[in-house]
Design a protein around this ligand. Structure first.
Ligand SMILES: Cc1cc2nc3c(=O)[nH]c(=O)nc-3n(C[C@H](O)[C@H](O)[C@H](O)COP(=O)(O)O)c2cc1C
Length: 169
């Protein structure tokens, strides 16, 4: 089957993961902000999304293209500060259509947040969030940033894509 990667990024780390996954699988990668490519043209989809303010930011694009996504196999990779777990699952379940959440495969990757690269608004918001967050590890990361970018962590995404590529349409 033929597939493609559609991703939404704010500061570039999701784009970097999409590029690594594209190089490892041969799938084309499209930034949903700048590309008008229709997902209808593919048998399966890899969706990549940064998590910003408790939401996978690809959620609006998903809702707009639901007709083209419905019934196709979907692998979602999220890129977040939070690790895989119930908190991240909740943000996804709350912001993506439930039938999609029920049938897609989700892989959580961890990204990067460099305070000096952020827009002023985001820096201020994250500093306030850090002051109020009772989880001190998360609070520290919100205020001081982090870098968990890891090329090897794309392995599970590449593996699932391989299975889909070898399946019959
Ligand atoms: C303004 C802002 C808000 C964020 N909100 C969250 C969040 O709610 N939960 C989380 O786990 N990570 C959050 N992060 C961390 C991002 O998910 C992480 O930096 C990711 O690598 C961003 O992806 P991008 O570089 O593709 O935009 C936030 C980062 C920024 C800059």
């Amino acid at each position: 089957m033929d597939g493609a990667i559609f991703f939404a990024t704010k500061y570039g780390s999701t784009a970097q993961y999409a590029e690594w996954i594209s190089a490892a699988t041969g799938l084309p990668a499209f930034d949903v902000k700048t590309s008008k490519v229709d997902p209808l043209g593919y048998d399966f989809l890899v969706l990549g999304s940064a998590v910003i303010y408790f939401k996978p930011i690809i959620h609006q694009w998903v809702k707009r293209h639901l007709a083209g996504i419905e019934k196709k196999p979907v692998v979602l990779f999220t890129v977040s500060g939070a690790p895989a777990g119930p908190k991240l699952d909740r943000w996804i379940a709350k912001n993506l259509p439930q039938p999609l959440v029920m049938r897609m495969q989700h892989i959580a990757l961890r990204g990067r947040q460099i305070p000096g690269e952020l827009a002023l608004f985001d820096r201020v918001m994250l500093s306030i969030a850090g002051l109020m967050n009772p989880d001190r590890t998360a609070a520290r990361e919100e205020m001081l940033g982090f870098d968990y970018m890891d090329k090897n962590s794309i392995g599970p995404v590449v593996e699932r894509v391989g299975l889909l590529q070898s399946a019959k349409p």
